[in-house]
Design a protein around this ligand. Structure first.
Ligand code: SF4
Length: 417
């Protein structure tokens, strides 16, 4: 492989990807089977909603945000978003929401092409949200509740949290407990507390091994990049609380540790290390990965991939620890916490520069808007670049501008090095 700074091939493929593909295939066929046969009830859940509770109750759990990301990465979202706009949902709100509702209205899903025999997303028996990340998820699930005539239940989370206090944890824990009775009625079974403990323990272990995977990138050269992480986080998102996720990450971690031992980097000839703050641009993952690889720049860490690390899960106290985990999430926190968190990440991953992705339709994951890049640079000395774009709406993305800005930023960092 060439080490030329402009080589588009200077990236290294992760062998475990094939195994992940098999695991995700099994997950989606299992969901489809549950929905088609009615053998198991299906719950839709937001990404950091109470998935542990749903799994312990025996639901097959589906994550619409994952579907939104699939619509983005298959570049179908931009043409589907206007369908939701026509139904009254603004182009300025979450483009996962608008792409997903647009896909439902057009009866389209990338699942059909990826997994022959699956005709549609699994029809839910219940929709369960947590507003810890944003209000959009409640509106999103509210739309489906009206459309399909199924209940939407959820947690109204505190936001802008600096310290996760006992009072806040108690509030959310009580809300999770209040979900048990209506969910038991839907699934037709009582909650087995031991099964809940076991699921919380599995989620904790998944979170720990996922953290170990991401932290291999503390080594230089980094054995994986942010762009790899967005792909390999699939099991952490969709299968946390299951043994399959753990088994997968054991394989991935072994491969990455071998790369570290062999001095093999994901980006050949790594000369700079960046941090990505904000959402990925799903429809441009490959281009961005290739662009940075060609600049021999490794994007080594991100808030996004690290958001599936939940050190608080504790099987000894499942409800309170779930509440704590869902509240400790970066997106729930106030600016002083975010600044401390990012400063720590920049230092631990030995980062030369930070990219803030200003995603047009997700203000909650766009942390450049209230002076944080400037404050962070003042306190850490790490320069930043703001890239304007979006997670799913490619009309908000200028490829040329992204390229020019990224190249100029890398040049500037190399001059300073
Ligand atoms: S956090 Fe952002 S991307 Fe995620 S559901 Fe909310 S608005 Fe959409």
């Amino acid at each position: 492989m060439s080490t030329s700074p402009t080589s588009p091939t200077a990236r290294k493929t992760i062998q475990a990807t094939e195994l992940m593909g098999r695991i995700m295939r099994e997950y989606f066929y299992d969901l489809n089977d549950a929905a088609v046969t009615g053998r198991r009830k299906v719950a839709w859940c937001t990404s950091v909603g109470p998935a542990e509770l749903l799994r312990a109750l025996g639901f097959a759990v589906y994550f619409p945000e994952n579907h939104g990301a699939m619509l983005g990465s298959t570049r179908q979202s931009t043409e589907l978003i206007p369908e939701a706009n026509a139904a009254g949902y603004s182009p300025d709100i979450c483009s996962y929401l608008t792409a997903d509702i647009g896909a439902w209205l057009k009866q389209r899903t990338p699942l059909s092409k990826a997994y022959p025999g699956i005709e549609r997303v699994p029809r839910p028996d219940v929709l369960v949200y947590n507003t810890n990340q944003c209000r959009d998820v409640q509106d999103w699930f509210g739309w489906y509740a009206r459309e399909l005539g199924v209940p939407a239940l959820g947690i109204s989370s505190p936001k802008n949290v600096n310290d996760v206090t006992e009072g806040l944890v108690e509030d959310v824990a009580r809300q999770i407990e209040a979900l048990v009775a209506p969910l038991e009625a839907i699934v037709g079974a009582r909650l087995d507390i031991d099964r809940l403990r076991e699921t919380v323990a599995l989620s904790r272990r998944c979170s720990e091994i996922w953290r170990d995977v991401l932290e291999t990138a503390m080594h230089s050269p980094a054995p994986l990049t942010f762009f790899d992480g967005t792909i390999h986080m699939g099991p952490a998102v969709c299968l946390r609380g299951t043994q399959q996720a753990l088994d997968y990450y054991a394989v991935l971690l072994a491969e990455l540790r071998q790369r570290v031992a062999d001095g093999v980097g994901a980006v050949q000839g790594e000369r700079l290390r960046l941090y990505w703050e904000g959402m990925p641009v799903w429809g441009r993952l490959r281009q961005h990965s290739e662009m940075f690889a060609a600049l021999r720049t490794a994007v080594v860490a991100s808030t996004y991939c690290s958001s599936w690390i939940f050190p608080a899960f504790d099987d000894a106290d499942p409800f309170r620890s779930m509440a704590q985990a869902y509240l400790e999430l970066f997106i729930v926190r106030a600016e002083p916490y975010k600044e401390r968190y990012l400063a720590d990440m920049l230092q631990r991953f030995k980062v030369d520069g930070i990219i803030f992705h200003d995603a047009k339709t997700c203000p909650y994951n766009s942390n450049n808007r209230y002076g944080l890049p400037q404050r962070l640079q003042a306190s850490t000395g790490v320069p930043s670049l703001v890239l304007s774009g979006d997670l799913n709406d490619l009309r908000c993305v200028s490829d040329e501008q992204t390229k020019i800005n990224a190249e100029a930023f890398v040049e500037q960092l190399l001059e300073c090095a």
